[in-house]
Design a protein around this ligand. Structure first.
Ligand code: KG4
Ligand code: ZN
Length: 348
């Protein structure tokens, strides 16, 4: 296999991400400089179905992946020969969608004789924070909130993740998407609720908050979702009209309050100074503002990626891949997609 560092002395990694509905490829140098980050979103394709249709997602990835990779190289002004390794998301995610990225990465690694790095999607969301702040020091507590996951993670050192809590039912982003659909907003609902909530009063509708057993770092959003759907039903049955902005603001506050309370409790219990936010919901403006304000009062620092690095993108995959590269964690060419892959449980 080729040696690793390029002429420039930098580790240049091509990242590929196809776990859900974004086809993305990126080139990142030394895990910190994003030379390109091309994201071809399938959102318009899935919008009319109100959510991602797995089979359509896989087909779209097949159509797009090669041109997205080429565009990432062009924009970064590098060629395949300048690469040190190829990193790819191999789980968790939709199996057909993951397979497209994994097959492309294996083909590139094999034909170019480059190391292949398999990256966990959740791990890559976490590492988006190292793009934002490359000198970030561990240990940290990270709240991962996306369309598929709501996890509180303690990270003592690179590659070492301890899951402190997770959702017992819906993920935070999933709850945003379902509630947005119920009030006739589009898909994905999170950003639309975020925007609408800015015009609303969060104190009008008294949404419940689920804290579960004392000291638990787990989450539950299904009760909140049922309350919201029942509320909408009740109002419509009595001929009333819901003020959507107040409703969105109240719902968002109920989600954010629990996320922030539990994250701060974990930071205190594990005595860390740094908190990270990751995943699509980390782009939420209320979550960012609230945690910054409350953590600041406790002497804690908060880091979150730029919004474009919060939702699915390949720069975060290349960044996570860089840290695995430094540890020599390379995958064999038999790497397969693992749709239910758990954080810290690499399957190769
Ligand atoms: O991380 P991501 O792109 O994909 C997954 O791995 O799931 O997250 C997508 C999720 C969607 O549920 C979307 O509604 C939510 O992130 N999201 C937001 C915001 N931006 C994206 N939720 C709340 N507020 C936002 N500003
Ligand atoms: Zn994601």
């Amino acid at each position: 296999m080729k040696g690793v560092d390029t002429v420039s002395g930098q580790v240049v990694i091509l990242g590929i991400e196809t776990s859900c509905d974004e086809t993305s490829a990126a080139v990142v140098a030394d895990g910190r400089t994003t030379l390109s980050n091309i994201i071809s979103s399938q959102v318009p394709v899935h919008q009319k179905f109100g959510g991602v249709v797995p089979e359509i997602a896989s087909r779209k990835h097949v159509e797009l992946v090669n041109s997205v990779i080429q565009e990432a190289l062009n924009e970064a002004k590098v060629t395949f020969r300048d690469l040190s390794a190829v990193a790819v998301t191999y789980g968790p995610g939709l199996v057909g969608a993951l397979l497209v990225g994994v097959s492309s990465a294996k083909a590139a690694a094999y034909s170019l004789d480059l190391p292949l790095i398999g990256v966990n999607h959740i791990e890559s969301h976490i590492y988006a924070n190292f793009l934002a702040k490359p000198d970030l020091e561990l240990p940290v507590i990270c709240l991962v909130v996306s369309g598929g996951h709501t996890d509180l993670v303690y990270i003592e050192n690179h590659g070492n993740f301890r899951l402190l809590g997770q959702t017992r039912d819906d993920a935070a982003g999933e709850a945003f998407d379902k509630i947005a659909r119920a009030i006739g907003l589009g898909y994905p609902g999170g950003p639309l609720i975020d925007r609408l909530a800015m015009e609303g009063d969060p104190e009008i509708v008294d949404f419940p908050r689920a804290y579960l057993e004392s000291g638990s770092f787990d989450f539950s959003f299904s009760g909140l979702k049922s309350f919201a759907l029942n509320y909408l039903n009740r109002v419509s049955m009595t001929g009333g009209e819901v003020n959507k902005a107040d409703f969105a603001a109240g719902f968002q506050k109920a989600v954010v309050d629990v996320l922030v309370d539990k994250t701060l409790a974990a930071a205190s219990e594990y005595k860390v100074r740094d908190i990270l936010l990751a995943g699509g919901v980390a782009a939420n403006s209320r979550l960012r503002k609230e945690i910054l304000c409350r953590a600041g009062g406790m002497g804690l620092r908060v880091t979150y990626p730029d919004p474009v690095f919060c939702t699915d993108n390949a720069a975060m995959v290349a960044c996570a891949g860089y840290y695995k590269y430094r540890r020599g964690e390379f995958a064999p060419l038999t790497l397969n997609a693992v749709p239910g892959l758990k954080l810290g449980a690499d399957k190769y």
